[in-house]
Design a protein around this ligand. Sequence first.
Ligand SMILES: Cc1cc2nc3c(=O)[nH]c(=O)nc-3n(C[C@H](O)[C@H](O)[C@H](O)COP(=O)(O)O)c2cc1C
Length: 127
Amino acid sequence: MIFYFSATGNSKYTAECISADGEQLVSIAAAVDKKEYDFSVSDERVGFVSPTYNWTLPSIVSEFLQKLTLHFGAKPYMYYVATYGTTSGASTAMADHMMRKKGCHLTPVLMLKCRTPGHRSLICRIL
Ligand SMILES: Cc1cc2nc3c(=O)[nH]c(=O)nc-3n(C[C@H](O)[C@H](O)[C@H](O)COP(=O)(O)O)c2cc1C
């Protein structure tokens, strides 16, 4: 399962690229719109993909992470992918901080540098 937020397409494209065959993609914007914050997870991994806004998380993503409840049997591997233009700032740390309050740890797997909206230039860093 991959949760994503994307205003201009980079993060959605990223989520689609890293998803496994048949993996569920959940739009954070649609979930917030429907006030849907409870999700059952049967996958071995759960990802979050989001743009960096002002060196941190977009407010809609912060709101979503605060309200999110994940139901699972075995704890899945969780990761966070930030797309950004010049610097991802504190976005990965913020996401991890918010999820740790729920007993989850988000590994910052990789960050994608997206110089202009709609243009994915390169995978620049693997943490
Ligand atoms: C309001 C706003 C704030 C942004 N702040 C940052 C920033 O602090 N650092 C950065 O490197 N890129 C910043 N960006 C660029 C986006 O993070 C980048 O283009 C991202 O890939 C957009 O993702 P999306 O196409 O999924 O919306 C900002 C973009 C917007 C619209």
